[in-house]
Design a protein around this ligand. Structure first.
Ligand code: ATR
Length: 472
């Protein structure tokens, strides 16, 4: 290809980057390709070179020279050091007005820092969260871009073209300034952790009821055709149906029960702690993974502690299966409410103008948490000025109708010794949030007692300190 002929360039030819580049080529873009190790670029051309117009480059200078000006470059390398190294090597090669998109899983504070740094060089930067795994990158992910809106206008059409579509709408929309896109992607992942934890608790309860893996898979398939219709429920049925070729057992039962994590769930909780916003359900999911991956604790506690054996005795097992489904739905709604509240609070803190309805709308397809419920959540935010999802008309009504069942599931699980940290912490959040009065009054009294931290009264203005009778 002639110099300056590629419309967009992708740096990083690992799975996500190469699939995103192929997706662009499938949409008719001429795509420049670069990877630190050229062999990877060559492999992409060897395997997929006929799928569209690619302009591979061994040297970054040639890659940059092959792009139309102003240049559009999407970085898909290892988040963190890889992204910084790539940006540093690009800066001297780029010219004013060129635009760099970081499509990796960057921490939003890094995105804020990088945007400021590139702006100093007259370069434009977009931090775009991309969800959908490798298939999504290839066939249409959900994309959450953040940065200056004027920069988005320049790269947005390509991102919208390659994103997933639902009802003819792209699952990509401008989110807000600087780190807003990566923040929203981070919260997406936090919600994903919670979704998976709730599904895990439902699985454990169904198993405790004595259902076979075939029956559990059928149950999840059934749930997937109702209110819980979602990608994660759909693939849960498939995972439960898988048998292990080596032992003939259900594959899930021979998988080591220690969950891994790459950090986005932890970031979500850390950010929530920094902002003072409760995301109990997401935290419960992150800590449940931490317990699973703490072998010393588990071995010591298993040897030391007694309790019920975790089998469930219920009068009407079929009804209890439905009850588990309802508890899962309620807990899921709570996690979404917490995640969206976190986005709202971060937007206020960082001055982002985030349209929560639009965020829910682009999560309806392409991404890992895609779910029918997100259409309803989006409609509710669009129609109402909501502080919390929990006050949305159709949501509060359904939670009200199901909360009794949800309590029964949590209570039964607790009595039987089945751990349900996600279901129960979500329920505690529900009850805390709706409580007319919280035990925080006593906390304030204690703080004033030992530290003279003062308190406010319900019947007067100002701060008060008491000379407590126990004071010496
Ligand atoms: P995966 O897990 O799919 O391999 P990843 O680790 O997130 O993906 O990203 C790997 C990509 O980041 C590779 O393209 C890698 O380049 P190499 O093929 O040369 O290893 C790229 N990458 C990692 N660190 C980098 C760095 N410091 N500078 C440039 N590219 C880097």
């Amino acid at each position: 290809a002639s110099p300056g002929s590629a419309q967009v360039g992708v740096i990083g030819m690992a799975v996500m980057g190469s699939n995103l580049a192929r997706n662009m080529a499938h949409h008719g873009y001429r795509v420049a390709l670069f990877n630190r190790t050229f062999a990877r670029t060559q492999a992409v051309i060897a395997d997929h070179g006929t799928e569209g117009e690619f302009v591979p480059a061994e040297h970054l200078e040639d890659f940059v020279a092959s792009l139309e000006r102003p240049r559009r470059i999407v970085i898909m390398v290892q988040a963190g050091a890889g992204t910084d190294a790539t940006i540093d090597s690009l800066i001297p090669l780029l010219e004013e007005g060129d635009i760099v998109v970081d499509g990796g899983n960057a921490f939003y504070e890094d995105t804020r820092r990088r945007e400021a740094k590139l702006a100093e060089h007259g370069l434009r930067f977009i931090g775009a969260g991309i969800s959908g795994g490798e298939v999504g990158a290839l066939e249409g992910p959900s994309i959450m871009p953040g940065g200056p809106e004027s920069s988005y206008e320049f790269i947005g059409p390509i991102l919208e073209d390659i994103s997933a579509k639902i009802d003819g709408e792209p699952c990509c929309t401008y989110i807000g300034a600087d780190g807003a896109g990566h923040f929203v992607k981070m919260v997406h992942n936090g919600i994903e952790y919670a979704d998976m934890q709730f599904i895990g608790e439902a699985y454990e309860l169904l198993k405790a009821l004595g259902l076979s893996h075939e029956e559990m898979a059928d149950t999840f398939d059934g749930w997937n055709s109702g209110d819980l219709d979602s990608y994660l429920i759909e693939i849960t049925a498939q995972v439960l149906r898988q048998t292990d070729a080596r032992t003939g057992k259900a594959l899930v039962e021979v998988i080591h029960d220690a969950a891994g994590m790459k950090g986005t769930g932890t970031w979500t909780v850390q950010s929530a702690l920094n902002l003072g916003t409760p995301v109990d359900s997401i935290a419960a999911a992150v800590f449940a993974r931490a317990v699973s991956s703490h072998p010393q604790l588990r071995a010591a506690a298993q040897a030391a502690l007694t309790g019920p054996d975790g089998s469930l005795q219920v009068d009407d097992p079929a009804a209890f299966v439905d009850a588990i489904r309802d508890a899962l739905w309620c807990a899921k709604v709570i996690a979404y409410a917490q995640g969206l509240d976190l986005i709202r609070m971060a937007a206020a803190e960082y001055g982002w103008q985030i349209d929560v309805a639009a965020v829910a709308r682009i999560w309806r397809a392409g991404c890992i948490i895609r779910a029918k419920l997100l259409g309803r959540i989006s409609d509710e935010y669009a129609a109402n000025n909501l502080v919390t999802l929990l006050e949305a008309p159709s949501i509060k009504e359904e939670l009200g109708a199901k909360q009794d069942t949800w309590r029964r599931v949590v209570a039964t699980a607790v009595v039987s010794g089945v751990p349900v940290p996600g279901f129960s912490s979500s329920l505690a959040y529900y009850d805390q949030a709706r409580a007319p009065r919280l035990n925080a009054a006593l906390t304030q009294g204690l703080r004033d007692y030992f530290g003279a931290h003062t308190y406010r009264r319900i019947d007067d203005e100002g701060s008060f300190h008491t000379l407590w009778s126990g004071d010496r």
